[in-house]
Design a protein around this ligand. Sequence first.
Ligand SMILES: *[C@@H]1O[C@H](CO)[C@@H](O)[C@H](O)[C@H]1NC(C)=O
Ligand SMILES: *[C@@H]1O[C@H](CO)[C@@H](O)[C@H](O)[C@H]1NC(C)=O
Ligand SMILES: *[C@@H]1O[C@H](CO)[C@@H](O)[C@H](O)[C@H]1NC(C)=O
Ligand SMILES: *[C@@H]1O[C@H](CO)[C@@H](O)[C@H](O)[C@H]1NC(C)=O
Ligand SMILES: *[C@@H]1O[C@H](CO)[C@@H](O)[C@H](O)[C@H]1NC(C)=O
Ligand SMILES: *[C@@H]1O[C@H](CO)[C@@H](O)[C@H](O)[C@H]1NC(C)=O
Ligand SMILES: *[C@@H]1O[C@H](CO)[C@@H](O)[C@H](O)[C@H]1NC(C)=O
Ligand SMILES: *[C@@H]1O[C@H](CO)[C@@H](O)[C@H](O)[C@H]1NC(C)=O
Ligand SMILES: *[C@@H]1O[C@H](CO)[C@@H](O)[C@H](O)[C@H]1NC(C)=O
Ligand SMILES: *[C@@H]1O[C@H](CO)[C@@H](O)[C@H](O)[C@H]1NC(C)=O
Ligand SMILES: *[C@@H]1O[C@H](CO)[C@@H](O)[C@H](O)[C@H]1NC(C)=O
Ligand SMILES: CC(=O)N[C@H]1CO[C@H](CO)[C@@H](O)[C@@H]1O
Length: 415
Amino acid sequence: MCLSPVKGAKLILIFLFLGAVQSNALIVNLTDSKGTCLYAEWEMNFTITYETTNQTNKTITIAVPDKATHDGSSCGDDRNSAKIMIQFGFAVSWAVNFTKEASHYSIHDIVLSYNTSDSTVFPGAVAKGVHTVKNPENFKVPLDVIFKCNSVLTYNLTPVVQKYWGIHLQAFVQNGTVSKNEQVCEEDQTPTTVAPIIHTTAPSTTTTLTPTSTPTPTPTPTPTVGNYSIRNGNTTCLLATMGLQLNITEEKVPFIFNINPATTNFTGSCQPQSAQLRLNNSQIKYLDFIFAVKNEKRFYLKEVNVYMYLANGSAFNISNKNLSFWDAPLGSSYMCNKEQVLSVSRAFQINTFNLKVQPFNVTKGQYSTAQDCSADEDNFLVPIAVGAALGGVLILVLLAYFIGLKRHHTGYEQF
Ligand SMILES: *[C@@H]1O[C@H](CO)[C@@H](O)[C@H](O)[C@H]1NC(C)=O
Ligand SMILES: *[C@@H]1O[C@H](CO)[C@@H](O)[C@H](O)[C@H]1NC(C)=O
Ligand SMILES: *[C@@H]1O[C@H](CO)[C@@H](O)[C@H](O)[C@H]1NC(C)=O
Ligand SMILES: *[C@@H]1O[C@H](CO)[C@@H](O)[C@H](O)[C@H]1NC(C)=O
Ligand SMILES: *[C@@H]1O[C@H](CO)[C@@H](O)[C@H](O)[C@H]1NC(C)=O
Ligand SMILES: *[C@@H]1O[C@H](CO)[C@@H](O)[C@H](O)[C@H]1NC(C)=O
Ligand SMILES: *[C@@H]1O[C@H](CO)[C@@H](O)[C@H](O)[C@H]1NC(C)=O
Ligand SMILES: *[C@@H]1O[C@H](CO)[C@@H](O)[C@H](O)[C@H]1NC(C)=O
Ligand SMILES: *[C@@H]1O[C@H](CO)[C@@H](O)[C@H](O)[C@H]1NC(C)=O
Ligand SMILES: *[C@@H]1O[C@H](CO)[C@@H](O)[C@H](O)[C@H]1NC(C)=O
Ligand SMILES: *[C@@H]1O[C@H](CO)[C@@H](O)[C@H](O)[C@H]1NC(C)=O
Ligand SMILES: CC(=O)N[C@H]1CO[C@H](CO)[C@@H](O)[C@@H]1O
């Protein structure tokens, strides 16, 4: 997509504005021998209510100053656990732990400690000593993506209200380079917000995050496999099991989006000659898979329509009614465990994982025998081999026939 000069200028202005506002951001860039092992950039403030000696409550807000220190932060010796520890002055400290799991890591034990004995920060406080407030949230973030959240996340943990925003985070960085693949928090995913401008891949915005050397793209995690089924009255008429990853390449850097079945709704319909499966969630208005029957014998995926909102708030939509994927005999299902790439348009492809689909003739709500995609390659070879063999036989038969005919003919003339 090409930016008009006016829009481009606006983008830069907004970016400069954000840049100015974000001068308070904390930046923790932990490195090891390979390069960056944890990168975090964010802002936070805490509103703390404490009791004073004259029996009233006083509320103060501590906006984390950019001069905070991060002593004690580390990527962990085992590369499976990491932590960030922030100190501001002697009175307040904040810490968070990261634990690596199979395909993601969790962010947990977010602890704020403050010492009300420090009368410069807590004037007139009665309850002297260190108070500790633990945030019970346990966030899960996929590996190998940079997690971004510009929206303000608010946690009311009486007597403290914690606010976090402007987050850019990647723990357990592979290859020493922060990923170019983004995961945007749900709060940022409404198309009406202005903030997601920062997610555009315009060079001006990426410079804040990417090192000067060209980064190697890190692999995105594979999507979670979802089960989708459509009913016609009482009976299940369409079954699909698949992990779906959308790849939109309108911009220079592809936008990779994994569909999370847990937050995705589906509907659909079944007719004798066509069947539809429609997925939708907060970011995807619709993603349609439309199947058709050909020659009364086989089914295939004929059509894909998508309408979705991109991170920068713009809409993306594509329709292709002329596809020919997932071809299998009626009365069977089609399956493909390995990753399959469905090229829907020049700018849009769907990567499928652990696919199994049956859009027609589902009996008892269960998949029928599957035709495996690994047979697709063989399917090309078998007919060629058989064809070649038959061709050879045919030539021999014809040769034999003509020779025989000639002999017979000459023989007949002799009589
Ligand atoms: C002060 O706040 C505490 C809890 O944060 C509450 O229990 C107490 O009643 C409050 N005192 C006054 C005087 O508002
Ligand atoms: C704390 O953060 C919130 C959210 O960004 C902001 O609205 C508020 O003004 C901040 N308070 C202070 C005192 O900085
Ligand atoms: C979190 O990290 C701190 C500091 O390394 C450690 O003392 C604490 O046990 C960790 N908590 C958990 C639940 O791992
Ligand atoms: C709390 O602050 C007071 C005053 O600054 C200091 O004397 C005390 O050691 C601090 N307590 C802790 C546990 O750091
Ligand atoms: C209570 O103490 C606080 C801080 O010491 C002070 O700001 C406030 O004016 C006092 N309130 C009253 C009613 O005396
Ligand atoms: C983090 O620090 C390393 C080493 O100083 C540097 O090469 C890299 O560019 C920094 N990363 C970011 C995202 O600023
Ligand atoms: C999908 O359905 C299959 C078969 O019914 C089941 O084994 C599998 O656990 C289901 N997966 C999910 C994510 O629900
Ligand atoms: C649903 O199934 C029940 C028995 O399994 C049957 O009695 C009923 O008529 C069916 N309803 C429809 C709308 O097909
Ligand atoms: C996304 O599509 C582009 C262009 O077709 C391709 O170069 C890139 O490898 C794809 N990425 C993924 C994760 O499929
Ligand atoms: C899914 O559908 C339910 C019921 O119609 C609705 O409440 C929910 O918000 C939908 N979820 C998404 C992600 O669209
Ligand atoms: C599939 O279902 C249609 C009607 O729904 C039926 O006519 C056809 O014979 C079935 N084919 C197979 C192979 O089961
Ligand atoms: C260039 C490079 O070092 N690539 C490595 C990045 O990390 C993955 C594992 O996550 C390796 O498989 C690559 O070889």
